[in-house]
Design a protein around this ligand. Structure first.
Ligand SMILES: Cc1cc2nc3c(=O)[nH]c(=O)nc-3n(C[C@H](O)[C@H](O)[C@H](O)COP(=O)(O)OP(=O)(O)OC[C@H]3O[C@@H](n4cnc5c(N)ncnc54)[C@H](O)[C@@H]3O)c2cc1C
Length: 392
């Protein structure tokens, strides 16, 4: 085991830092916490694309750089460290591209991979439904074959970015035989979000932000070529897709700016005439957070190394996401408490510190252990696939 980065990886990190300094100095792109979901910026994504940092770990034959997942992680860690606005391309790079490379037809690969690599198109994920979140096999949105098309009817919910993305990556029911296992009843397909029959309705979250949506399908025609992989094999495919989603550093780093703000606040503020940095309780709490952060970071690098060795990290990705999301929920809680009244001000308040990131992350925090798979389900994956504990 060797924990050292290679010379090339150290250079890559420096190159990304330099690029981000320049892009930030331009002052034309928004930077901030939660930027992989909340800050879509096609122009910035185009600059990232020019550097070859979209599809970095995809094989060269598909236009990627053929680099490792550790290289990609280094690049992403730097993007998250400064809150770079990567939301336009992030989901497509993280899981749509790899999903297409694994399962897509030649037509789909040719049609979509180059556009993802150039940051020409963006994707949303159409999985969850009102009665199907953790239990995705309960999806009720249907896709019925008719001539050259599928006709899609139903409803999705919590779809991040459906109001601003070009395509959706959907899980739909395609087999209606009551005698088959429900795990053999679904397919994955790409849906053009501008198709007639799609209605996107905003859901305003607790932060007051329009991030996710309800999406309704009323006889939406989807060309058969847009089916991804084998018909009725979608449930199995989507599990691979979710492993990619859970393997990332996003959950750990999306609130890096909150961690930095907290430490800065503790270093520069006093309470009752005493520097906060000398308060033993605050020192202990902040140090504990730092320990949790570094343990999670090391684990995520381990997950990337498994991917580099061709292993699909199912239960390891579940552990990584569990420790990261529990950490970031605690970070939001600790930061709000330590900063007292300052921790309660949002960015629109003239008295807000650090652009209100602490209060906003507190309001976002209930979602951290839910999005991309709830913590209880992730623990089930660890128990079943990692520890081989029996299911009932
Ligand atoms: C910010 C945010 C963004 C999202 N973006 C998207 C998106 O872009 N696309 C998309 O498709 N979805 C998205 N989601 C939805 C997300 O994937 C679901 O919310 C999640 O999978 C949980 O499903 P659910 O909301 O139906 O909750 P449920 O599955 O009903 O779970 C509710 C609670 O029940 C308990 N529970 C459920 N199952 C088990 C179990 N097996 N064992 C023990 N306890 C259990 C847990 O305590 C859980 O918190 C997003 C969610 C959030 C919060």
């Amino acid at each position: 085991m060797d924990f050292k980065f290679t010379k090339e990886q150290i250079q890559l990190r420096e190159e990304v830092r330099g690029f981000l300094r320049t892009e930030k100095e331009k002052g034309i792109y928004p930077f901030g916490a939660n930027s992989f979901l909340e800050l879509p910026c096609k122009e910035f994504s185009k600059e990232v694309a020019k550097k070859g940092w979209i599809g970095m770990a995809w094989p060269k034959e598909y236009g990627g750089q053929g680099l490792g997942y550790t290289d990609r992680l280094i690049m992403l860690e730097e993007m998250f460290r400064v809150g770079a606005p990567i939301a336009f391309h992030y989901l497509a790079d993280r899981q749509v591209g790899p999903g297409l490379i694994h399962f897509g037809s030649d037509f789909l690969k040719k049609e979509f991979l180059p556009k993802i690599l150039n940051a020409d198109i963006s994707f949303c994920l159409l999985f969850s439904e009102p009665g199907a979140g953790s239990d995705l096999a309960n999806c009720r949105t249907t896709a019925v074959e008719k001539g050259d098309h599928f006709i899609v009817n139903g409803q999705k919910v919590w779809t991040t970015g459906a109001h601003r993305t070009d395509y959706g990556w959907a899980l739909v029911r395609t087999n209606f035989d009551p005698n088959i296992s429900r795990y053999d009843a679904f397919s994955e397909m790409i849906i053009d979000m501008k198709s007639p029959g799609i209605t996107v309705r905003p859901i305003i979250n607790m932060v007051g932000v329009h991030s996710f949506n309800e999406v309704f399908f009323d006889n939406v025609e989807v060309p058969k070529e847009y089916l991804v992989g084998k018909k009725d094999n979608g449930f199995r495919q989507i599990m691979t897709n979710l492993d990619y989603e859970r393997s990332g550093i996003d959950r750990l780093m999306q609130n890096y700016l909150v961690k930095e703000s907290l430490i800065e606040y503790v270093k520069t503020n006093e309470r009752d005439g005493q520097p906060l940095s000398k308060d033993p309780l605050i020192r202990d709490t902040v140090a504990k957070l730092e320990v949790e952060f570094h343990v999670a970071r090391l684990f995520i690098y381990y997950v990337a190394s498994l991917l580099d060795h061709g292993k699909m990290p199912t239960f390891e990705a579940a552990i990584g996401k569990t420790v990261s999301t529990l950490y970031e929920a605690r970070l939001a809680d600790v930061a709000t408490n330590v900063m007292g009244l300052h921790g309660l001000l949002m960015s629109d308040s003239p008295e807000a510190l650090f652009n209100g990131v602490v209060c906003e992350s507190y309001l976002w925090s209930p979602s951290y252990t839910i999005q991309g798979g709830v913590v209880e389900v992730l623990k089930n994956i660890v128990a079943r696939r990692g520890l081989k504990l029996a299911t009932k």
